[in-house]
Design a protein around this ligand. Structure first.
Ligand code: ATP
Ligand code: MG
Length: 425
């Protein structure tokens, strides 16, 4: 079977599955391998469940319904690239350290006002997720938005070669996945692979005009600039972030439901894409104003006389600093923080956690509560800080704190499970 035949079979199928437990009738099953499993073993099972075809790379499992290839993952990626070329729709790629999903969702809302758009579902943004995203596009779609995630060099380049984007935007260069990228310089280099790709094919790059690294990195590129800078192609201004982000565009206001000054950037870019693609301002405003953040990403929760800024979806040094500085901008009688450990930092783990400790000690917070092994090690003896090894320890001790009339920032890495605090507070 050739790639072309496989594609024809795909068009007639009811889609792709990579999980034999969830297979639906007439799907094509790709028998991927992981660290702890080998999809080939489930080939038979997938066929029994109604799979139309199973792509395998182990001859042992061959039947008349299998397609044997050298490498199932490569085959999935090649099929996705073939399909992308076949559809020839406009593809927008979004990468960066923080805010990819939020930015992707906002651009999707805005462009959907005028076009038929399909974007990455949830967080399917890696070497498997990007191909699956491309394969979810069909002939009815005019624009595809693809979130690209990476935790090491070369990954974004590879994803670009599969998705062949026409436009791209990097949310920021932040200290996320420091370990895999080898420091901040490594992150800038790794994420910039999107720029390099777009420059090499002479396509347009969207940039945040207020980010000097983005500006410097794209001097030789075709760019569309968005930001507070007066020379921006799309000029926007942050009116306030108290805590909702409100924006001014040419004297017209947009009042979002998103919190945290960092969301100003995410919204601005969505406005920029809307303007560039000819969406009317009224429709852009409607799209942004009706957008609510996904679960645990910068949510506001009101409980009696306390307000909780819940941002327990993830954390890294850059987003931690952004969230703390966003908290300070919110008007409230008292401010408190409950912060959890940041994972995947590598060698500079203690240094980065120490910076957060220094930063919070410098503010006028009523309660500073830190949770997690690393914070506990560094801060358990410090005056003005209460540190706990895990969230359950904190919950047991919660009643000793006074949160009356407070706004409380809750933020930590996903694994810290700080969302459990919301019910306890
Ligand atoms: P992931 O790597 O998990 O895919 P992501 O890049 O898609 O993450 P989001 O899910 O949109 O990011 O947001 C996660 C968190 O990142 C938010 O809750 C917020 O704390 C922080 N964040 C969002 N946007 C920015 C930004 N522009 N700058 C810094 N931090 C941000
Ligand atoms: Mg994401």
């Amino acid at each position: 079977m050739t790639l072309e035949n496989l594609h024809t079979a795909f068009l007639k199928s009811s889609g792709i599955s990579t999980d034999s437990r969830k297979i639906k009738k007439n799907q094509i099953f790709f028998a991927l391998k992981g660290d702890n499993f080998d999809g080939n073993q489930y080939a038979r099972n997938a066929i029994d469940q109604g799979a139309k075809l199973v792509v395998i790379d182990d001859e042992k499992y061959k039947t008349d319904k299998t397609f044997l290839v050298d490498d199932v993952l490569h085959c999935l990626q090649n099929l996705a690239q073939f399909h992308r070329r076949y559809l020839n729709l406009v593809i927008i790629a979004i990468t960066g350290s923080n805010g990819k999903t939020t930015t992707k969702n906002l651009i999707n809302e805005v462009l959907s006002q005028k076009f038929k758009v399909k974007a990455t579902e949830g967080n399917l943004n890696n070497h498997i997720g990007v191909p699956l995203t491309l394969l979810s596009f069909n002939t009815t779609h005019e624009i595809g938005i693809v979130e690209m995630g990476a935790n090491h060099q070369g990954e974004i380049k590879a994803l670009c070669e599969i998705a062949e984007p026409n436009y791209g935007y990097i949310t920021n260069f932040g200290k996320a996945h420091l370990e895999g990228f080898g420091g901040i310089e490594g992150i800038i280099k790794g994420k910039s692979e999107l720029y390099e790709y777009l420059i090499s094919v002479n396509k347009k790059i969207f940039i945040n005009a207020d980010d000097p690294i983005q500006v410097a990195k794209t001097q030789k590129a075709k760019v569309y600039t968005i930001g507070e800078d007066t020379l921006s192609d799309c000029r926007v201004k942050l009116v306030e972030a108290n805590p909702n982000v409100n924006i001014d565009f040419c004297g017209k206001k947009i009042n979002s439901q998103l919190l945290g000054a960092y969301n100003f950037k995410n919204i601005s870019i969505a406005i920029g894409f809307g303007i560039y693609f000819g969406v009317e301002f009224k429709a852009i405003k409607k799209a942004v104003e009706s957008y609510k953040p996904e679960n645990m990403r910068s949510q506001i929760i009101i409980k009696n006389d306390i307000k909780i800024l819940l941002d327990a979806y993830n954390a890294n040094p850059t987003s931690m600093e952004a969230a703390i500085s966003a908290l300070q901008k919110v008007k409230s009688a008292h401010h408190s923080v409950i912060l959890g450990d940041m994972f995947e930092i590598g060698k500079t783990k203690n240094e980065e956690h120490q910076k957060v400790i220094d930063l919070v000690l410098d503010q006028n917070f009523q309660n500073i509560i830190l949770v997690g092994e690393t914070f506990y090690q560094l801060a358990s003896d410090l005056k003005n800080i209460n540190a706990y090894q895990n969230v359950n320890e904190l919950i047991k001790n919660l009643n000793q704190f006074d949160f009356d009339q407070n706004i409380i920032l809750i933020k930590g890495s996903r694994g810290m499970q700080l969302e459990n605090l919301v019910d306890a507070l």
